[in-house]
Design a protein around this ligand. Sequence first.
Ligand code: 5CA
Length: 158
Amino acid sequence: MSELKPAARRVQAAADALGLEIEVLEMTRSTRTAEEAAAACGCDVAQIVKSLVFKGSDTDTPYLLLVSGANRVDEKAIAADIGEKLDRPDAQLVRDVTGFAIGGIPPFGHAERLETYIDEALLAHAKVWAAAGTPNALFSVSPEALAEATGAEVIAVT
Ligand code: 5CA
């Protein structure tokens, strides 16, 4: 625990503050992409939580989408759920609103509170794995507990 990098420690502290019982683990190999994360934790890529930031094209509101590693977001299909069209922000905006760099964006503990949606496909698994601040830190959690802790609305993303 005390050996966690500062960004990973921030995620553990945020989980603790939310009352979410998880343990951040630092892997010896890269977990930068969903495929690498699945290989590192020995799970299916569908069990990896991608924490993706989008930006509303009308309001510039940043939205966080927690998406199964097996799915690609259909931006047109989800616009109806969210209420506006979505753009993909650049890496700097993602860093500004989350406080973390791409490849390690966690699902909570961000620089600002983000309106959050979770892919219904993640709820099909007993356990999912999400990034924890760095490109080799992860934690496992039940998707229901993750949805509750993040206040996420369940949507279909594809
Ligand atoms: N640690 C892994 C598994 S949890 C991880 O963070 N995967 S991820 O999919 O959530 O993060 C990578 C995502 O960041 C990519 O799917 C892509 O949507 C986004 N991304 C990658 N490069 C950029 C970029 N230059 N600008 C904006 N978004 C980017």
